[in-house]
Ligand binder design. Sequence first.
Ligand SMILES: Cc1cc2nc3c(=O)[nH]c(=O)nc-3n(C[C@H](O)[C@H](O)[C@H](O)COP(=O)(O)OP(=O)(O)OC[C@H]3O[C@@H](n4cnc5c(N)ncnc54)[C@H](O)[C@@H]3O)c2cc1C
Length: 477
Amino acid sequence: MSYPYDLIIIGGGISGCTAASIAVGFGARTLLVEKDMSGANGSWQRTIPVKALLYQARKYAERTEAPTHKFFDELLSLKEKAYRGTEHPERLKNLGVEMVEGQAVFIDSHTIEIEKKDHKKIRVRGRKMIIASGSSPLIPEVEGIGRTPYLTPDTLFKKTWIPERIIIVGAGPVGAELGQAWCRLGSQVTLLEKENRILPAFPLQASDPLRQVMESEGMEIITGCKITRVKGDEHSVTVHVSAGEEERVLSADRVLFATGRHVFPEKLKLKKAGVSYKAHQVFVDKNFRTNVRHIYAIGDITGTLHQAQMAISMARAAVVHALFRIPMRVTSEDVPRVVFTDPEVATIGRIPSKSALKSQKYERYRVSYEKIGRAVIEDTPEGWIHVYVKKWTGRIMGAHITGRNAGEMISVFTMAMRHGIPLRKIASISFPFSSFSYGIQKVAEEWHLSPQRNGMYNWLKKLFRLQGFLRKGNRQE
Ligand SMILES: Cc1cc2nc3c(=O)[nH]c(=O)nc-3n(C[C@H](O)[C@H](O)[C@H](O)COP(=O)(O)OP(=O)(O)OC[C@H]3O[C@@H](n4cnc5c(N)ncnc54)[C@H](O)[C@@H]3O)c2cc1C
């Protein structure tokens, strides 16, 4: 049977746009369906505005000036500039992607129906399909939530504003980034987290220095707490919190829930296409193929790591598999995760447990930012680079960096892990002296100095002694 499109992609967020641009690059007739092309959706509604807010907050914190109305204009123009260069519909059209604005649902496994903005419906057929429809905020069930207005990362940037007092529920990357940005812009911020520490999905040594900085900047952080009730209107809100024995009632102008994401596969009428899913994910195999062989799913809808970089890697692998049946390995361990606070927190791979480290199968090498000249000069000496390797081979298992430019530096370990470059080989690379990345060379050099080298070191010592002895013997002759 012939199809008008080789590939139909549902969702024009980060994964959908990536998939579409790769597919047209391979010559596939590609249709991208997005329900809102204004850039108000996908990563443009959340990821980039948060980064623009953080950037502005840092600028204002360094200048110690109060933000003015100019701040909002700057924020919006930064976001627009970034959008134009990447997922803007014009750019994709120029590449050859056909685009339709509207909401898609499945009619059967090769057909979708698109309801356009003017409510007209059209049906289109494709040989292969990729579902890339993203996720929505997950709001915990709390007494009073139905009657209390609240913010989510998806609604936040509908208007640009700086709250006077805000309570943020959830100290993951999103809560931490927004909390620090607002705090630096002069808001009174209270950050609540149910686990006993902030950034619970990151190693403790990586997240702890950030907590110290955030508290020193004036943010109130309450960890190990549970929200029991919320109450309020558009102007003020109270949040009841229990932390151990203590019960507190917190007040603020607004409450924001940054408590994770979930997906709604049923909205796409996947049953009509025969695609299996459960509440929080569409099931996929290692090539991102659903149980229906010509339908793939990528990005947040798969319920794996909710992260743009993971979504991009999935997009690349799914398109290559859909068009050529060539498998590409993508695992969450290969994908770096970064929190763009100040200091930044970045991690990649697997961090061995304490017992695994004790068993001496693995080793940890670390270097403090105090040993990186540039960090000292720029007055950011609080930070660490940690690398975990397999003993003897130096194969890198994971790394985490906390400090300025951590998000850039983690790429070196990402590349090394992906291509099996051990730490000892990184030591032979020249990193520019006086750059932050010179710290990576320092940590790699630690491998040569490590006690595991003792055996070889003693052996070399014996060799040098023997050489000395022989030379001495020769001279005596
Ligand atoms: C505040 C915030 C900050 C973040 N910061 C980072 C970060 O710094 N780094 C990082 O790696 N990740 C970050 N993330 C996560 C990242 O944004 C997501 O993981 C990523 O956007 C997921 O990509 P996606 O393509 O699956 O979904 P999305 O980018 O959300 O795109 C899905 C698209 O599908 C469209 N759509 C949905 N249903 C339909 C339908 N039926 N028909 C047509 N179109 C439809 C939607 O309109 C949307 O545009 C952040 C998330 C949040 C909330």
